[in-house]
Design a protein around this ligand. Structure first.
Ligand code: PA5
Length: 439
């Protein structure tokens, strides 16, 4: 991580002023004495996940892989974004349209309530051999519950009830919720989400790991990366060598200077959903009690042709965190063209990634000039190891940063409000519209 490009806007003294507070926050986490202390199961998850647990996940993944062209993962929020982020980051950009005989296509449902989306999904599944992984910690969330009702019926009609129950895996609470009851009744294989891990901190549990393994990526490497991040961000690491502390300190120093919006920037579409995952993690953890940095995201260079203008010259309430990828997994050079009608022969023979890197460096310089501080985080390569490392790093930094804002980074009371109104409007018994008209 490189924070040198924030020093035109805050001093290193202002960043390092958070040292004591952040080291105290590390203690609150390790000693489990801070706000939301009952939700710290994620903290030592990488180092406490056993080979046996990974093997159990890998076995179920292998079984679903062997019998399915498509696996539909049903879930929303923390029960969706982590695996979606990892699969997009690690996979071929066109994996959903490639007929890859080795790996099933992983599709998602229940992350919206769109009629067209779900009807089109069912139409596609009419002619495919498929399985379902349904994920809901509470077991009662409306979006995935409705989608699962649809998919369960569709699968049972297609392959019969007995075979369907072999093709459905549920990930939910050990004893509570409608999904647990249903899974037990129908005899589905299940994995348990532990009580002390909230949805947005659950990517390194079966919630994220099973879909990632089904898609064909090494969850053992992912956990190994997370394990190293756990060690490198732990309480015994000095503040100035601890990337989670430095990131938390830098963003809080900027926030105190009126930089209320953090834009996560990527230069590869493969990271679009990592940004979505990060937005949920930070938005739900910090946005409460009328406080919190607003997490936003852009995909460059595409969005330089849309949001670039605002970032360069709009309100100066922004800072950027650039997720830079060290090296691509493939090689592509720009060809020479003897006619040179497009005048681009000065790029001949250069790697695509070099052009992208120059776009990145040029943009960072322009944005700093325009008054936008920049933090840069480099992911060496898009591999399971580095993804696991990155995700754990962001989780730890988020918890530390949330404590600096003096909020509980592990609850999400505000998410309930829309649900009450939706149920009231749909006529559910005992539900009343919550609506305050401000005159
Ligand atoms: O982070 C969270 O807790 C939420 O985003 C949940 O993951 C989301 O609401 C889905 O909840 P559940 O897994 O209970 O269906």
């Amino acid at each position: 991580m490189d924070i040198s490009n924030i020093y035109d806007f805050v001093s290193s003294k202002q960043v390092f002023a958070f040292k004591e507070e952040l080291m105290h926050n590390q203690e609150l986490l390790e000693e489990k004495t801070g706000k939301g202390r009952d939700f710290l199961g994620w903290l030592n998850l990488p180092s406490s996940t056993t080979d046996k647990e990974l093997e159990a996940i890998n076995q179920v993944a292998a079984d679903l892989r062997s019998k399915s062209d498509v696996v539909v993962v049903v879930g929303i929020g923390g029960s969706y974004l982590g695996s979606k982020a990892a699969i997009e980051a690690l996979g071929n950009s066109f994996s959903n349209i490639l007929l890859d005989k080795e790996n099933p296509i992983v599709l998602f449902a229940g992350q919206n309530i769109c009629e067209d989306y779900h009807k089109e999904l069912l139409e596609l599944l009419d002619n495919r051999s498929y399985s379902i992984v349904v994920i809901s910690k509470s077991g009662t969330t409306t979006e995935p519950a409705v989608a699962f009702r649809l998919l369960k019926q569709h699968l049972e009609n297609k392959v019969g009830k007995a075979e369907a129950s072999q093709r459905i895996v549920a990930i939910t609470d050990k004893s509570k919720g409608a999904l647990r009851k249903l899974a037990d009744q129908e005899g589905y294989r299940t994995f348990v989400i532990s009580d002390d891990i909230g949805g947005r901190y659950s990517v390194l549990t079966s919630v994220g790991l099973l879909p990632i393994a089904i898609a064909g990526f090494s969850i053992n490497d992912l956990i190994n990366g997370a394990k190293d991040a756990e060690r490198n961000t732990g309480i015994n690491v000095r503040f100035d060598e601890n990337p989670a502390c430095i990131y938390a300190a830098a963003r809080n120093a900027l926030y105190r200077k009126g930089k209320n919006v953090e834009i996560m920037v990527n230069y590869t579409p493969k990271l679009h959903f990592l940004t979505e995952w990060w937005k949920q993690l930070y938005g739900e953890s910090e946005g409460k009690e009328n406080k919190g940095i607003f997490p936003a995201g852009v995909d460059f260079t595409s969005d330089l042709h849309s949001m670039g203008q605002y970032i360069q010259e709009g309100e100066r309430i922004i800072f950027e965190t650039v997720l830079s990828v060290g090296k691509p997994l493939r090689i592509l050079t720009i060809p020479n063209d003897p006619a040179n009608l497009d005048q681009l022969n000065f790029l001949s023979g250069k790697r695509y990634s070099e052009v992208n890197r120059m776009a990145e460096q040029g943009t960072i310089l322009a944005h700093i000039d325009g008054g936008v501080p920049n933090i840069k985080i480099t992911i060496p390569e898009l591999t399971p190891y580095w993804l696991g490392y990155t995700m754990y790093f962001f989780e730890r930094a988020c918890a530390l940063s949330g404590y600096t804002l003096n909020v509980n980074p592990f609850d999400q009371p505000g998410v309930e409000e829309y649900k009450k109104n939706m149920f009231a409007l749909l006529g559910k018994q005992r539900c009343r519209l919550v609506w305050r008209v401000v005159e």
